[in-house]
Design a protein around this ligand. Structure first.
Ligand SMILES: [Zn+2]
Ligand SMILES: [Zn+2]
Length: 268
């Protein structure tokens, strides 16, 4: 059993440390896991809220940042130690908030001894906003509603997938997390409306031999089942599980969900 998406307590969104996670994963029968943390190369601001983001930092933690956080080198060191002591393969990664104009910063993350970078698109650009307020986190319904009222659903799909496509083509990433992430906050999300945007992205993912994550953290599968079917139809065979666990109990709870979907993926 493998899981390519587990968060740790190095930053404030979870409390369990890397050793406890590795220990629990081993007990549960996992042979390989990925520990990763959120990282944003840009300074996050968005209209509907103040900055509630949790992020790890590449080098230095800014003095103004008040949440519990850490650095990438600590993540790498702790994963190495846990791997040696507990005896389970631990990949070290970052869940990177991709945006094209920050590719150089993202490239810099590679020097920290990570195994690979995980492409994640949590933000959509606000076409009319100034640079400071350009990126909106669309995982929150408040922000989603703000965007939809201003630009409508089609614009959301267009901009979201444009960003994702750029990320896939950047060559910086090995794994694509929650391909249709916006579906978490979009009421009555109908995947049929996005197939035309998704198909060329799936083709690129397959061509570049990237992994595609089946994210099982929510009630809705991400990507939606029909998107996975399309991926397989196009010849994709690098689908992997990501529990997106934010606690030990999330990890335990993911086992049942994974059993439901195990026939869909090629890595068990
Ligand atoms: Zn995410
Ligand atoms: Zn995550």
């Amino acid at each position: 059993m493998k899981d390519f998406h587990i968060h740790s307590g190095l930053i404030e969104h979870t409390n369990d440390d890397i050793f406890s996670i590795a220990q629990k994963a081993k007990e549960l029968g996992f042979t390989e896991i990925t520990i990763l943390e959120h990282i944003s190369p840009f300074k996050i601001k968005y209209p509907a809220n103040l900055d509630p983001s949790n992020t790890i930092f590449a080098d230095k933690i800014p003095e103004t940042y008040s949440r519990r956080t850490s650095t990438v080198s600590v993540l790498v060191e702790q994963c190495k130690k846990a791997e040696a002591e507990i005896g389970i393969k631990i990949n070290r990664s970052l869940e990177v908030d991709y945006y094209k104009s920050f590719e150089n910063d993202i490239k810099d993350y590679e020097k920290h001894g990570l195994d690979y970078l995980t492409l994640s698109s949590h933000y959509v650009e606000d076409p009319k906003a100034d640079d400071e307020n350009k990126l909106i986190h669309i995982g929150f319904s408040k922000n989603m509603n703000y965007f939809l009222e201003k630009y409508g659903e089609e614009k959301l799909f267009e901009l979201y997938f444009k960003n994702l496509m750029n990320g896939v083509k950047s060559g910086l990433f090995e794994l694509v997390a929650h391909l249709d992430f916006f579906g978490r906050a979009l009421e009555n999300y109908d995947h049929r409306k996005v197939i035309k945007y998704v198909e060329p992205i799936l083709e690129q993912i397959i061509k570049r031999e990237m992994f595609l994550e089946l994210n099982i953290s929510q009630e809705k599968l991400q990507p939606a089942l029909e998107i996975i079917e399309k991926y397989k139809e196009l010849g994709g065979n690098k689908l992997v599980f990501g529990s997106d666990s934010h606690s030990l109990s999330d990890l335990v709870g993911s086992i049942e969900k994974r059993q439901k979907f195990v026939e869909l993926v090629d890595v068990k």
